[in-house]
Design a binder for this molecule. Sequence first.
Ligand code: AMP
Ligand code: ZN
Length: 493
Amino acid sequence: MALRLYNTLSGQVEEFAPLEGNRVRIYTCGPTVYDYGHIGNYRTFVFQDVLRRYLRYRGYEVVQVMNVTDVDDKTIRNAKAAGMPLRAYTDQFIQAFKIDRELLNLEPVEHFVRATDHIDDMVQMIQTLEAKGFAYRSEGSVYFRVRAFPDYGKLSKINLAGNRPGGSERVDADEYEKADARDFVLWKAAREGEDFWESPLGPGRPGWHIECSAMSMKYLGVPFDVHSGGTDLIFPHHENEIAQSEAATGKPFARFWLHAEHLIVNGQKMSKSLGNFYTLRDLIGRGYRPTAVRYLLASVPHRKPLNFTFEGLLQAQRSLERLRNFRSRLTMEIFPAGHNPVFETRASQARQALEDALDDNLNTAEALAALFDLVHDGNAAMDRGEFREGERAEVLDVLERWDRIFAMLDDADHAKLLRFGLAAPAGPQGAGEDGGGVLVAALSDEEIEQRIAARNSARARRDFARADQIREELARAGVILEDTKAGTRWKRK
Ligand code: AMP
Ligand code: ZN
């Protein structure tokens, strides 16, 4: 059977084939390095890793680009607050990201590239857009003229009249001086005290969207096969990438658009701005293993939201142990010679079920179920003394095949944690729903007050569930509320 993938662009599941020969060219939007990545980010990166591993399993050659956004409002703001040069500030989080990638067994990508190393490519692309009439200058900045690109909206299916500015937290904060509200910035005029680059466009820095267009085209050419990120990137980021890229080249940009649904906590997207996130290090500090995190993140198919709980993580750790134990049994126990006729076709069935599941838009849950069926039957046969030497190699082969894609059977967690100086306390601790001592992002006073206002308006419309949820989120971020006659007061724990 052929691999079928859901393509956000067509809104359909389509049969996958590379555009050119046997080579699959993939662009994946990488992290914005103003802080540590959280495991919501890693849900998307683990999905992209399973994708590339499965493509390789199927015999394709993969060329993947992952960028690092190391210049934007947030990186500049945080570097300034830390009193560090932008490059040195972002370096630390790139380093941390590389360690997290290794801990999560994310296969190295072919091109891991930084935005600030590609400013010239971005400037050139903006010049092309200007020459073709798709861009205009205003007060030292350069904007993309959305009206000039009639296909705008084809990915997110937004209708132009009902444009959704603010539909994502990722809309550039500083958009002014535009001819049309939908226009977006390609080049931002330098501002007092902020990092900038000299260029024929004037001193400034690139907009976020142009970074990905310039870097994808440089390394992959157009059109390329797969572009991917979390669903929050569909609009405006990916929509804008399509507009710029297709306007500049006159060619289609990417063939398949794959988006991962979010990792959620209590019904809300895990995100830095909500303060409801865990970094991989937070979880390691609580005694969880990186491969258990990988297991949890990979266990739900990418088009389904994944609800994060500590119970789920503990369950993931146990399931992984079960797989590892089965493999040890299979390698170490002594079985009677010959074949068990009942078990003879069991391994090939499991292998077929595994591949069918992954062909079906990377249904990782089904792939896991197929493997656990085999483990269950294998363990039962061993317990009854009915497992035979003749089946050993074939069953092991299914496990190894599964692990070429899921990459977590080898237990190298502890050795890696030692190597990176991150060795954890023994065993999962506080493993209930939120066992205390949680590390969460500090919220600013303003952010806390915004949430209190949101809670007050939820109470005013008698949406008490929502109001309680906000109170809980604040509590997790270490903020305690007290409702008094004079209004809601708050303090930090
Ligand atoms: P960022 O570092 O915010 O630029 O995000 C890096 C990647 O993580 C992007 O593909 C986002 O779409 C993705 N992402 C952010 N939050 C989540 C989440 N809660 N669940 C899944 N993916 C996410
Ligand atoms: Zn991007």
